[in-house]
Design a protein around this ligand. Structure first.
Ligand code: FES
Length: 108
């Protein structure tokens, strides 16, 4: 495991630059730091969509698109879904994602 930095912008505009480790999910880093809007009700099982984020455009290609199961969960929050929507519990942190920036989506 190695350390990396990720940045969440909360829906209210507060920016939180956080330290995480490779192997963690992005949701774990946000939830453990109390990022507003990362409720993670299902604890990372891709079954609640309360860890929804918008990935910054410059990072989206590296993060990649959601798989079919995640895309189905994102359909449940269609009113706030955007082309760069991801569930942060499904984003596994790797060294390639050091510096990742996301914005927390409002609850759908
Ligand atoms: S924590 Fe429930 S879908 Fe991500």
């Amino acid at each position: 495991m190695s350390a990396l930095t990720v940045t969440f912008t909360e829906d209210n505009g507060t920016v939180k630059e956080l330290s995480g480790e490779t192997g963690q999910s992005l949701m774990q880093v946000g939830r453990d730091a109390g990022v507003e809007g990362i409720l993670a009700d299902c604890a990372g099982s891709c079954a609640c969509a309360t860890c929804h984020v918008y990935v910054d455009d410059e990072w989206y290609a590296k993060v990649g698109a959601p798989d079919a199961v995640e895309a189905e969960m994102l359909d449940m929050v269609d009113d706030v879904r955007k082309p760069n929507s991801r569930l942060s519990c499904q984003i596994k942190l790797t060294e390639a994602l050091n510096g990742l920036k996301v914005t927390v989506a409002p609850l759908g």
